[in-house]
Design a protein around this ligand. Structure first.
Ligand code: 5MM
Length: 346
């Protein structure tokens, strides 16, 4: 294992003012996003949409890496250029989602475990050949306080799988993004979210340690500590930022170079505000890691709803994507202000 190379890639992924574009929607999820704007879920339409994203001039100013789906890393844009080539031209590091999805966890009603370890060593070799330099695996933890969820069985199974995945990545010279997502859905309080996120992250890092993970060569992609979507009492931006940082300080080793949050169904503006406030607090707290974004919905939403499948709207959609990427880049430095929402993309 080349520690120096892993550390160099992980550090580049969380470079100051840069974050990660998650565009690794599996075909069914991509279909949901496309159908929501009236576009049919066909391979040519997925290519057109991914070309809209990756062909955005200037994207590399704010985006360090993009996470692709298995189909996308093999595809070429309508001009016949590989998507990985478009990325490299802008200095965007190619990444790949390697899990095969969250499946029902046997004998644990209402809980999921992420699969994809079988044959992973061989798949990683193939993805490296396509130019991938980092990977992503997402575990999903559901909160349902009335049913006593999540149980330890679910947290441990997912943490173990994340650690096995991360070890295979590092063995192959690929940086693992470790994504334990505690879902926003439900009526739970922010206190419940804090307790469960903390327990999950503790368990994940214990398992990463057991599997000999080189912490300097990984990136954590956590959910923020938020009130459940259906809870009448929604925590303020300040409280979310404080509780999220408190949780991370208790669970994440200082050797990890960066934390790139997922947006998890927050609105675009909320996701940016939370990241910005955390970065403002980070300066006072002298945190050891960079705090940035690895958003899918909160980066793509405005571009998708501007485009709606209309070729004449591609330029406007790219402008919307670039603007959102720029605002999140500013938030990753604590330099975002609400009034910037109304300013046009440069
Ligand atoms: C792009 O969405 C990814 C999951 O896709 P599938 O469910 O189709 O596998 C997801 O892992 C995503 O990368 C992260 O959850 C971050 O996305 P959000 O929208 O939460 O920022």
């Amino acid at each position: 294992m080349d520690h120096a190379a892993l550390k160099q890639t992980a550090t580049a992924m969380v470079a100051p003012g840069q974050g990660i574009l998650a565009m690794d929607e599996s075909n069914p999820t991509c279909g949901k996003r496309l159908q929501a704007v009236g576009v049919e879920n066909t391979e040519p339409n997925r290519v057109t949409y991914r070309d809209l994203l990756l062909g955005t001039p200037g994207l590399g100013d704010y985006i360090s890496g993009a996470i692709l789906y298995d189909e996308t890393i093999r595809q070429k844009n309508p001009e016949g250029r590989a998507f990985t080539e478009l990325m490299q031209e802008q200095g965007i590091i190619p990444g790949i989602k390697v899990d095969t999805g969250a499946k029902d966890l046997a004998l644990h009603p209402g809980e999921k475990v992420t699969e994809g370890l079988d044959g992973l060593r061989e798949r990683l070799e193939e993805y490296r050949g396509f130019g991938a330099r980092f990977c992503k695996w997402r575990a999903v933890i559901t909160i349902d306080m009335e049913k006593g969820l999540p149980g330890r069985g679910c947290i441990e199974a997912n943490a173990h799988a994340l650690a096995r995945y991360a070890a295979l990545c590092q063995e192959a010279g690929l940086v693992p993004i470790v994504e334990p997502e505690v879902l926003l859905d439900g009526g739970h309080s922010i206190e419940d979210s804090f307790a469960i996120t903390r327990e999950t992250q503790h368990t994940v890092f214990e398992q990463l340690y057991r599997q000999n993970i080189f912490f300097e060569g990984m990136v954590l992609k956590p959910s923020m500590v938020l009130s459940g979507k259906e809870n009448a009492k929604q925590a303020s931006v300040q409280e979310v930022a404080e509780r999220t940082l408190e949780c991370l300080q208790q669970t994440v080793p200082a050797a990890v170079p960066g934390i790139a949050f997922l947006s998890g169904g927050q609105s675009d503006e909320q996701a940016t505000q939370h990241l910005n406030t955390m970065n403002r607090l980070a300066a006072e707290l002298a945190l050891p890691w960079r705090l940035t974004f690895s958003y899918a919905r909160a980066l793509q939403h405005q571009a998708l709803t501007t485009w709606k499948g209309d070729p004449a709207r591609v330029e406007a959609a790219r402008k919307a994507l670039l603007h959102r990427a720029k605002l999140n880049s500013l938030a990753s430095k604590g330099e975002y202000r609400d009034e910037m929402e109304r300013q046009e993309a440069a």
